[in-house]
Design a protein around this ligand. Structure first.
Ligand SMILES: [Cu+2]
Ligand SMILES: [Zn+2]
Length: 211
């Protein structure tokens, strides 16, 4: 209705003052091109360097477009072939090794589960599987591990476990809290990635890396 009134008013004005009309109703000008007010989609990126006691090492690259899921590219080498529980733990400190990373990241106070379960810790990323050469390479896409906001995983810790995570279904005492995934073989803290050599210094929550 308002559009009709506006159009009628425009027509009246057009007859009287055609050139001024476009000042007030630019969309009526045949030459009018709408300006798209695009909100710049920002993709955040982060990286975690995985280090373990023996020769285990790895790199985890993360990216998340605004409001989208987080994509986690994982490559860990030096593992025993087979499945290894893979989680985000709550603390980014590794002063006492991977044990300093605390429990599974669990902001919603739920039980341990599989990545696709409704009831799971946010940090439950299932298992990574090492091949015969001890290399685990995979890509995980997950909605519960954002790079910003109140549940951000920046400066928490990825942990690679000794055993397979039973995803809470193993029926043993440790299935529900941890998936009974055994010891912590290696871990790494995700930081926002800054391009090198723009910043040669690690800023708060950031790491300078060309990785
Ligand atoms: Cu864990
Ligand atoms: Zn868990």
């Amino acid at each position: 209705m308002q559009a009709v009134i506006a159009a009628r008013a425009a027509q009246t004005v057009l007859t009287a003052f055609p050139s001024q009309l476009f000042l007030f109703y630019p969309q009526l000008n045949p030459a009018f091109t709408p300006i798209s007010v695009a909100v710049a989609a920002e993709t955040k990126t982060a990286v975690a360097i995985i280090k373990g006691g023996s020769q285990i090492q790895g790199l985890i690259s993360l990216s998340q477009p605004t409001n989208g899921p987080t994509t986690v590219n994982v490559r860990v080498t030096g593992l025993k072939p087979g499945s290894h529980g893979f989680h985000l733990h709550e603390f980014g400190g590794t002063t006492n090794g991977c044990i300093s990373t605390g429990s599974h990241f669990n902001p919603n106070k739920l039980k341990h589960g599989a990545p696709k379960d409704k009831i799971r810790h946010a940090g439950d990323l299932g298992n990574i599987v090492a091949n015969a050469d001890g290399i685990a390479e995979t890509t995980i896409v997950d909605n519960q591990i954002p790079l910003s906001g109140p549940n951000a995983i920046i400066v928490r810790a990825f942990v690679v476990h000794e055993l397979e995570d039973d995803l809470g279904k193993g029926g043993v005492e440790l299935s529900l809290p941890t998936g009974n995934a055994g010891g912590r073989l290696a871990c790494g803290v995700p930081y926002f990635k800054l391009p090198c050599p723009l910043s040669q210094f690690t800023r708060k929550n950031c790491i300078c890396t060309s990785l």
